[in-house]
Design a protein around this ligand. Structure first.
Ligand SMILES: [Mg+2]
Length: 391
């Protein structure tokens, strides 16, 4: 099938983290809710639409947000809760098609081309997804539909919040023409400025521009750029992308200069990563530790597990070794950020009857069950507790 005759849906939850906070505390409804790191170096992760009217935006320093919106409700992110709801949202996606490409916890592309015969038109499927998400989670998703990723994503962006919009191949040129060129997915700041210097501000102007003139000014292959401006995009939905690595990291408000405290944080990260891998039925082989010295020098250290695993103690044993050897090689070790991730996934192998179940695995399973019943973080290894008091 030609790439531009596919049926692609882009789903993006509206103000996801902030909406979850409102869902769990209905008293916050209608208020400017800002979720982010609340320390002096924190940034805004997500904010409600009410907060956006004050000019607050994602990735803005929290200090600036407080100036713009001093009466806002500021809350720390609760990642475990967002992940829990994200899993429910992705369950809805996987009921429609196996071709789901997750872009983040709250955003994905779905290729539903093969689902049309069974489930109905792309609008029927899109509407069904939106309703199923609302029913299962109480949250609002924006849904964009189109013959390719570019148009599906623009359709959801254009109609959000509570969006529902389809851009057809025939209608694409007209709908795209008035949009700023910066909305095209390959156009970054540098290209945007170069286009502005040529007097090209809208996607319509880019599509209509003489190709030779454009190539002269941008000094690179521009036919791809003009194809995008016409609404053509042959990228496939790639289901594996979301599972390339599972990570966790934390920026400290006060730099950490004590190895034992760094290890507590690392253990906490490893428990989260392992739980998440187990939820997805994945076992990984590669452990990466990310270490940032103040102000912004970042190092990564990587090692392989002997066998793929989703066990927190396996992952931590390797991650701790990496942290320790980095630490001991420094004259005056200090950390501003510490992260860990697991990658190199194989699907979790079938439990072999003769495979002795290690104590570590039993601990992980028990921990999953208790956390499922009483909320994530109810049961953690004792070593993690220090992270709850400091930083
Ligand atoms: Mg979103």
């Amino acid at each position: 099938m030609p790439p531009d005759e596919r049926s692609i849906i882009h789903v993006d939850m509206d103000a996801f983290y902030a909406s979850v906070e409102v869902l769990d505390q209905p008293g916050l409804r209608g208020l400017p809710v800002i979720v982010g790191g609340l320390g002096p170096r924190g940034v805004v992760s997500t904010c409600s639409y009410e907060a956006r009217t004050f000019g607050v935006r994602s990735a803005m320093p929290i200090v600036q947000a407080r100036r713009l919106c001093p009466d806002g409700v500021y809350v720390w992110p609760r990642m475990a809760r967002y992940e829990e709801l994200s899993d429910q949202v992705f369950d809805v996606f996987h009921q429609v098609t196996p071709l789901v490409e997750g872009l983040s916890l709250d955003e994905a592309f779905l290729d539903v081309t093969a689902s049309l015969r069974l489930l109905g038109s792309i609008e029927t499927i899109g509407r069904g997804i939106k309703e199923a998400i609302r029913e299962r989670t109480g949250l609002v998703a924006s849904v964009g539909m189109g013959p390719n990723k570019l148009l599906a994503k623009l359709a959801s962006e254009m109609s959000k919040p509570d969006g529902f919009h389809r851009i057809t191949a025939q209608g694409a040129a007209d709908e795209l023409a008035p949009l700023p060129v910066g909305r095209l997915w390959t156009v970054g700041k540098v290209t945007e400025q170069a286009l502005h210097r040529m007097g090209i501000r809208t996607i319509g102007e880019l599509a209509a521009c003489d190709t030779a003139r454009l190539a002269g000014a941008l000094g690179r292959q521009v036919s791809g750029l003009q194809a995008l401006a016409r609404g053509e995009d042959d990228r496939c939905v790639e289901p594996a992308q979301a599972e390339q690595s599972i990570g966790a990291e934390h920026t400290f408000d006060v730099d950490v200069a004590e190895l034992a405290l760094a290890e507590s944080w690392l253990l906490r990260h490893c428990e989260r990563i392992a739980a998440r891998a187990r939820q997805r039925g994945l076992e990984g082989r590669t452990v990466t530790v990310k270490l940032r010295e103040p102000p912004f020098v970042t190092h990564t250290r990587q090692a392989q597990l002997r066998a793929p695993s989703a066990s927190a103690s396996d992952i931590y044993a390797v991650a701790r070794g990496l942290l320790k050897s980095w630490w001991q090689a420094q004259r005056r070790p200090r950390l501003r950020l510490l992260g860990a991730s697991l990658s190199g996934f194989a699907t979790e192998r079938q439990q072999d009857l003769f495979d002795a179940v290690s104590d570590a695995r039993v601990t992980d399973r028990v921990q999953d069950k208790i956390n499922l019943r009483f909320g994530t973080g109810s049961l953690v290894r004792a070593g993690v507790l220090r992270t709850k008091r400091q930083n």
